[in-house]
Design a protein around this ligand. Structure first.
Ligand SMILES: [Zn+2]
Ligand SMILES: [Zn+2]
Length: 240
């Protein structure tokens, strides 16, 4: 285990790595990122966290999120006793040669995923059986009409979706409001320092004002996108 500065860590953590005293939740939080992850990671269902040659945790990958510095972090959950992947690997020697990242993937015979086209076939790598992604895509095109009609419909719908998302974060400014606890993570999370006030609007509802920690600004994709589009405001925040 290694202590890090939560204000410099992309996920706002104070330690990373492994220690025998860490419980599963702490281990997951310390190892879900931030890694340089290649394209292969996008097709994987599971990752293993190893330390000292032993697998310490198995993670089910739900998605990968970009964090500062071009790295990515895993979104998902850690598996518990009784899950076939957990029972096959955790506590046993690392199945793949030690890499620089303690997080590794493997081709698992324990497929927990069925083909994304809905055919019901199990898949061990990725989301579809070979060719079934094309079938799934073209089934959806056919629901709209021709490929040309589909593209027109998509461009119209996607642009509207983007506008809706933009309206969620109205503004982000340095923290000055009276709130003493992080609105995103709650008082129980004990976020050490509030760095910003965020005004949100949800689908026409009245404005809601939050106070948030640096971690939320980095992990929330709407906030991250808003700050990317507003570099002047972003520079005013003392968020790292
Ligand atoms: Zn299929
Ligand atoms: Zn927080």
């Amino acid at each position: 285990m290694r202590y890090v500065n939560p204000e410099q860590d992309q996920l706002g953590r104070d330690h990373v790595g492994w220690d025998s005293n860490m419980d599963d939740a702490a281990l997951f939080r310390a190892n879900r990122g931030c890694w340089v992850l290649g394209e292969r990671a996008d097709r994987e269902q599971y990752a293993l966290v190893s330390a000292q040659g032993i697998v310490r945790q198995a993670i089910e990958i739900h998605g990968l999120v970009s964090v500062a510095g071009g790295r990515r972090a895993i979104e998902g959950r850690y598996l518990e006793v009784g899950h076939p992947v957990h029972d096959a690997y955790v506590g046993k020697p690392q199945p793949v040669a030690a890499a620089r990242n303690p997080v590794t993937y493997f081709d698992s015979p324990h497929a927990a995923r069925t083909c994304g086209c809905g055919c019901g076939a199990p898949v061990t790598l990725g989301w579809f059986l070979t060719g079934h992604d094309q079938k799934a895509l073209h089934d959806r095109v056919a629901k709209i009409g021709t490929v040309h009609q589909f593209i027109e419909w998509f461009d119209r719908t996607y642009a509207e979706g983007e506008r809706a998302m933009v309206s969620r974060v109205v503004s982000i400014a340095p923290h000055t409001n009276a709130k003493k606890a992080c609105s995103a993570h709650g008082a129980g999370a004990g976020c050490t320092r509030l760095v910003a006030d965020v005004v949100l609007s949800d689908a026409g509802s009245e404005r809601v004002e939050w106070a948030v920690c640096a971690r939320w600004l980095k992990e929330n994709s709407d906030a991250y996108a808003w700050l990317q589009r507003h570099p002047v405001e972003a520079a005013e925040l003392d968020a790292d």
